[in-house]
Structure formats: structure tokens, C-alpha cells
Write a protein that binds this ligand. Structure first.
Ligand SMILES: Nc1ncnc2c1ncn2[C@@H]1O[C@H](COP(=O)(O)OP(=O)(O)OP(=O)(O)O)[C@@H](O)[C@H]1O
Ligand SMILES: [Mg+2]
Length: 325
């Protein structure tokens, strides 16, 4: 765990919005005014239900999407279209992504050697063909695969192995920051821990910073230094991982936590579950009220006015709820 003095900001995201135009007049606010700082060397977990904007957020901070509004600063460099080609190219090396479905994200017609080596070519990171092959073999071994795997195609691997290929590909260009977009959700439970352990080892060895996206809190609990909870494009709560589990404040976070089964059968029996009313509203043409209003057990008149801002309620613990002062 990092102390305050060690915290250096790697990514500074300010009032980031990503809206999609759907149909003629409808606006889908996939990311709606998110401000967050990601510190060097940390793992920031990001959780929320399907469709709440996690992937869009990850893609927008990597500048795979042009933001509708707001800014992203990476290591002091403002990531926008004013960057020249060289700077943009260098940033595309320093910021990488690992995907949920490693099969869909690996070209089925190319051998692992080429898939992993592609970024090295693009960024001129290998002296010659032999050097590239050596580096790829090294990477495969680093992620728990073997030299002979370099000659195979993606379909010749298991899900967990394919995710290791995806990790090797991201590492090949020596990045500083990786968006891990549900990298373990599609894997067998028994394999999930192995991949998480691998990511943690790599982080330690290489000083990597992760944004680790997942559906539910139990998946990010152990890997995250801090956790952000997203709902309909907004960040509802942000705190150190332990603090969030021990002292959740937003009614949505409380509901998410109450849904996690407790391993002790005695405690599990008495576990109170907070059921959320209704279903996730459509993110299209939402009113100005608090995004959680329609499902909140504590909703009051003032909650219908606007989405509350994220406020620091104790050191490092931020909540966006007008019921909490
Ligand atoms: N390219 C796009 N065009 C239009 N709408 C989009 C686009 N990409 C995402 N959306 C919409 O934006 C919202 C957020 O999607 P996003 O994929 O970011 O959610 P998510 O939290 O990653 O969900 P999941 O957990 O299912 O991966 C959804 O309503 C989605 O339909
Ligand atoms: Mg997603």
C-alpha cells in the first residue's frame, strides 16, 4: 500500500464525458463527467453493472475514443488531438489494453510470434528479427507459456493461455499503464486467480499501473489498492479497497456489497441482502436527477434536482450522494 508521499499522479482525468449519438435526436451518456486521478504503480479497480460505461471510460482515457468533453493528462502530457504523430505514437506504446475476450482480440490467422511481436515492430523495439524472436520467447516465458507456443495459432490455446498471450502482447511494448478490461471474467474460476497473480507479479517487477475493470466487487477486492464504483456513466464512490468494503457509504455500493455471498455458512444465513428496486434505467435521454434515484431506497426530493458531485467525506474516501454530508 502506498503512503501519501509516494503518490505520484500518472493519469489525471477531469470532467470526462463520452456521449454517443443514437438515432436522430437521442444522446447516450456512456461516461458523464468523471474526474479521477490514477497514481503511479497502483491498481485502481472499477466496478459496475453491464452498460454503466466502464469500457467506454477505459477506451476514452486511452484516446481510442475522442472525448465529448473533459481532459485526460498522462504523465503530464495532455492526451488530445493536438499531439503530433510522434507523441501520439509514443503514448499508444505507453498505454495498453487487455481485453475480456482474448479470442476476439487476437487475430486468428496469425501466429503468436507475430501477434506478440507486432507492437515491437510498430515501435521499433527490436534490433533485428532474431532479437524480436528472443524477446517474444522471453515474454512468453514471463507470462507462463513456452518458447514452442510462438509457432501456434490462437485457437490452439485454452482461455487462460490465450489471456496470457494477450498480456504478453501488451507487455511487448514496455508500457507504463494497462487498462485491464475484465481480463478474468471469461475464465474458469480456477484460472482466474492464476491470471490475477500473474498480473500482480508483473506489476511488481515492472512498476506497472493498472485500471482493472470488473463487474463485481469480489473480483477486484484483492488486486485493487483503490476501487471506484460506477453507475450509469458516473462515479458514485471511490475509496481505498479495504475502506470501501468496511465502510461503504453510497446506497449503490452497499447494495453491491450485500450481494456478495459470505464463505462462512453461519454468517451467510443471516446476511441481509439489499435488493435494488427495478432494473437499470436506459442510459438514453436521462433527466438531470441523481442517476441512482429510480432505484435508491433513500431517495428524497432534493435527489431529483441533479446528480450530486463526488465529495471527499474522509481522507481519500469520495461519495456522490446528497444524503451524505
Ligand atoms: N460505440 C458505441 N456507440 C453507441 N453506444 C455505445 C457505444 N459503445 C458503448 N455504447 C453504450 O454505452 C453504454 C456503456 O457501454 P460500455 O461498453 O462502456 O459499458 P460496460 O460498463 O463496459 O459494460 P459491460 O460490463 O457489459 O462490458 C452502453 O449503454 C452501451 O450500449
Ligand atoms: Mg465493458
Amino acid at each position: 500500500m502506498m503512503t501519501n508521499q509516494e503518490k505520484q499522479i500518472l493519469l489525471d482525468v477531469k470532467h470526462l464525458k463520452k456521449y454517443f449519438q443514437v438515432g436522430k435526436k437521442q444522446t447516450l451518456k456512456a461516461v458523464d463527467d468523471v474526474s479521477i486521478q490514477i497514481y503511479k504503480g497502483e491498481t485502481l479497480g472499477l466496478v459496475g453493472e453491464s452498460g454503466c460505461g466502464k469500457s467506454t471510460f477505459g477506451r476514452t482515457i486511452l484516446h481510442l475514443y475522442e472525448p465529448t468533453e473533459g481532459s485526460v493528462t498522462f504523465d503530464g502530457i495532455t492526451v488530445d488531438h493536438s499531439l503530433d504523430r510522434k507523441q501520439a505514437h509514443e503514448l499508444s506504446r505507453r498505454m495498453q489494453m487487455i481485453f475480456q475476450d482474448p479470442y476476439a482480440s487476437l487475430n486468428p490467422r496469425r501466429k503468436i510470434m507475430d501477434i506478440v511481436g507486432e507492437g515491437m515492430d510498430a515501435h521499433g523495439l527490436a534490433k533485428n528479427r532474431k532479437d524480436k524472436e528472443d524477446q517474444v520467447v522471453n515474454l512468453l516465458e514471463t507470462v507462463g507459456l513456452q518458447a514452442e507456443h510462438a509457432d501456434r495459432f490462437p485457437h490452439e490455446f485454452s482461455g487462460g493461455q490465450r489471456q496470457r498471450v494477450g498480456i504478453a502482447r501488451a507487455l511487448a511494448v514496455n508500457p507504463d499503464f494497462i487498462v485491464c478490461d475484465e481480463p478474468i471474467s471469461a475464465l474458469d474460476v480456477s484460472i482466474q486467480a492464476q491470471v490475477v497473480n500473474l498480473l500482480e507479479e508483473l506489476q511488481e517487477e515492472r512498476g506497472l499501473t493498472y485500471l482493472f475493470i470488473a463487474h463485481d466487487l469480489s473480483m477486484v477486492k484483492h488486486i485493487s489498492d483503490r476501487i471506484g464504483v460506477m453507475y450509469l456513466g458516473c462515479l458514485m464512490e471511490l475509496a481505498d479497497s479495504e475502506e470501501l468494503f468496511e465502510n461503504p457509504m453510497h446506497p449503490y455500493t452497499k447494495a453491491l456489497l450485500s450481494a456478495i455471498p459470505i464463505p462462512d455458512p453461519e454468517i451467510e444465513k443471516s446476511r441481509k441482502r439489499i435488493m435494488l428496486e427495478g432494473s437499470l434505467p436506459s442510459p438514453i435521454n436521462l433527466k438531470n436527477e441523481c442517476k441512482f434515484a429510480s432505484r435508491c431506497p433513500n431517495c428524497k426530493e432534493s435527489c431529483m434536482q441533479r446528480q450530486p458531485e463526488l465529495k471527499e467525506v474522509s481522507p481519500g474516501h469520495f461519495v456522490a450522494c446528497s444524503c451524505i454530508e
